[in-house]
Design a protein around this ligand. Structure first.
Ligand SMILES: Nc1ncnc2c1ncn2[C@@H]1O[C@H](COP(=O)(O)OP(=O)(O)OP(=O)(O)O)[C@@H](O)[C@H]1O
Length: 613
């Protein structure tokens, strides 16, 4: 890890802990404070032990045992109280630590979700952004607990080490400096060798997968029969052997290196320890060095060395997790992106509910990415108040893209879309959303209850049974209540005891959800794709009612629907190529007329094998 990566990792961890501390100040204080306190308590505990030792050890002169016992009380009490306190603090830490980790994971996941819902849909459609979101989500849900555990594991050891170094420096500063030097060298060696091993383990995961696969292939009955016929068994066994030999030799080399470094570290520590002790023995009774000092320095140094060995583990684990920490921190560091400018205060008001709207596309161009060019070119289109418009065209013509722009989910690359004369971008987004409703091709299946599937369209009415039932009637889904066993019956396989619905039944629920809102603009993108003919006719009747008092746009490849629209728009390759009523377009004999005749012949014409092939 280079310096930049190291700084970034430390900054990212700091940033995550700062966010956690803002949301849970008390818990974070306890989580970080207890290790600090445990480290500080080492100092009086060792000092008390030193006083006790000095009291009872050394000196050949006649002793006053009573006076000695009286003098022993204070250090004995201090030592015992601290020991008790340490037990209690450790218990508190054991409670606070998992609580903080679990809650932090939830907090950071919900921060990721908050950002994800604010991000413009077009950003979400970019694979690079989507990957980053997935990585941040994975880090927040699965890695944060491990990262925090390693951070606190490291801090506990670090504070303990500071306590021990203070004990040694109080006893003798020169010995402390010697200890720090030995400690620093052995720590660096240990961390480096630990990182090498972890990196190797990570790298070997892939070859491990390969050898697992090869072992599987040569032992599974379904694969063995083919390999016997083709005679490929020996080759694969040889390949498995080679893969295993390679990874074993890499592991062995790493192990050897680890052992060599371990020997160097131990030799260094033993030399330091005995050098310091020898020097202190030599200076016993001079420069304030007593038998007690000698013993506690010896104990403190041994403990410090053992801590230095254990500190390498959390550090190397954090190193391995560093990319995940940075992924998450970078994602959260991004300023929350708004769908529009902050216009809540100044946004113009939309007309009140119940009124219809006039929407105009003024020279609108849209492109998903620079490399692929525009998918909509200079669209001029007006949807008049209360009008029902059908949008038709071949696959990939740009119909769904136009729908997303109309709903304000995407912003035009050039040109503008106005709603009763106001640019869509300037309208208060919340008000805009509540004025429109849509059924998408890829509608959501909420695997909870029937009620939720409808009520999510108008959450204020989710508890109102008659409201939900009337929406289900409008969506042609009234029969589902009896079939599923009530409005609150679970639907979908993910819910316990849930009944799975067919594609068409889910689609009818999505239509009912859109109907529940009483929107000014209703958009239906392929609303009947999964419906059987009977339900399609039923839905069509409800749709006529729904469309009556509002501006409606529907996209459909079934031109039978389109002929009842007030106006039909035909698209090809991102452009509007025809526009008019069903009759006028048929009379024009253009693209629409061709499509309509082809579909009509498909249903009513004679079957010829040459046509199908
Ligand atoms: N998220 C996306 N990123 C990049 N290009 C996209 C994306 N979505 C659609 N496109 C491209 O935009 C063009 C128009 O797609 P769109 O989905 O709007 O067509 P459509 O007319 O709705 O097609 P269909 O009838 O098949 O649903 C296509 O060429 C498609 O490849």
């Amino acid at each position: 890890m280079n310096n930049n990566a190291r700084t970034s990792t430390v900054r990212s961890i700091g940033m995550l802990i700062y966010r956690i501390s803002r949301a849970m100040p008390m818990l974070t204080l306890v989580w970080l404070g207890i290790p600090l306190l445990l480290g500080v308590l080492i100092i009086p505990s060792y000092t008390a032990q030193k006083d006790l030792l000095d009291l009872f050890v050394g000196g050949t002169e006649e002793r006053d045992w009573e006076a000695m016992l009286r003098a022993a009380w204070p250090p004995l009490v201090i030592f015992s109280v601290i020991a008790l306190l340490r037990v209690l603090l450790t218990a508190c830490q054991n409670l606070a630590d998992p609580r903080l980790r679990d809650r932090s994971s939830m907090l950071l996941q919900s921060e990721v979700h908050q950002r994800a819902i604010k991000v413009p849909l077009e950003r979400m459609d970019q694979s690079e952004y989507y990957d980053r979101l997935q990585r941040a989500e994975a880090a927040a849900s699965t890695d944060v607990c491990g990262i925090l555990q390693n951070v606190i594991g490291f801090l506990i050891l670090l504070f303990e080490l500071f306590g021990l170094l203070t004990v040694v420096s109080l006893a003798h500063p020169i010995v402390c400096i010697l200890l720090i030097i030995v400690f620093a060298i052995s720590f660096i060696i240990r961390v480096e060798s630990d990182i090498v091993v972890r990196r190797l383990n990570r790298d070997l995961t892939r070859s491990g997968r390969e050898s697992d696969y090869l072992r599987d292939v040569v032992t599974r009955p379904e694969t063995v029969k083919e390999m016997r016929i083709f005679g490929s068994m020996d080759y694969l066994i040889h390949k498995w052997h080679e893969t295993m030999r390679h990874s074993l030799s890499l592991r062995m080399n790493a192990r050897r290196r680890e052992i060599r470094r371990g020997i160097v570290v131990s030799a260094l520590q033993i030399t330091g320890l005995f050098g310091a002790i020898a020097w202190m023995v030599f200076n016993l009774n001079s420069s304030g060095i007593t038998a007690g000092t000698l013993v506690i320095v010896f104990l403190a140094m041994r403990q410090a060395y053992s801590i230095s060995g254990r500190m390498a583990h959390p550090i190397s684990k954090i190193y391995i997790q560093s990319t995940k920490i940075m992924d998450l921190a970078d994602f959260l560091r991004e300023t929350p992106e708004r769908e529009t400018t902050d216009n809540e205060q100044t946004a113009p008001e939309l007309p009140p509910p119940g009124t219809t709207c006039r929407i105009e596309f003024d020279d609108v161009t849209y492109q998903y990415s620079d490399e692929h060019g525009p998918v909509l070119h200079s669209i001029q289109l007006t949807l008049n108040p209360g009008e029902t418009v059908a949008l038709v065209g071949e696959n990939g013509a740009g119909k769904s893209t136009l729908v997303r722009l109309l709903l304000g989910l995407y912003q035009p690359t050039a040109g503008r879309i106005t709603w009763d004369g106001t640019d869509l971008r300037e309208i208060n987004q919340e008000q805009l959303r509540s004025s429109m409703s849509a059924v998408f091709q890829d509608f959501v299946r909420y695997e909870t209850s029937l009620r939720d599937n409808i009520g999510f369209g108008q959450q204020e009415e989710i508890g109102n049974d008659s409201f939900i039932r009337s929406a289900m009637r409008a969506g042609g889904a009234a029969d589902l209540e009896a079939q599923c066993g009530g409005l609150d019956a679970p639907v979908g396989l993910l819910t316990e005891g849930g009944r799975e619905l067919s594609g068409g039944q889910w689609q009818r629920l999505a239509i009912a959800r859109a109907a529940v809102r009483s929107p000014r603009l209703l958009v239906l993108d392929e609303p009947t794709a999964a419906l059987d003919p009977q339900h399609e006719i039923e839905l069509y009747r409800s749709f006529r009612e729904l469309a009556q008092s509002r501006t409606t746009l529907f996209v459909s490849h079934r031109l039978g629907w389109a002929r009842y629209a007030d106006r039909i728009i035909v698209m090809r390759k991102g452009r509007i190529v025809e526009e008019g009523s069903h009759e006028s377009l048929l009379a024009a004999g253009g693209e629409y007329a061709d499509m309509f005749r082809t579909q009509a012949e498909w249903y009513s014409g004679p079957v010829t094998t040459t046509e199908i092939s």
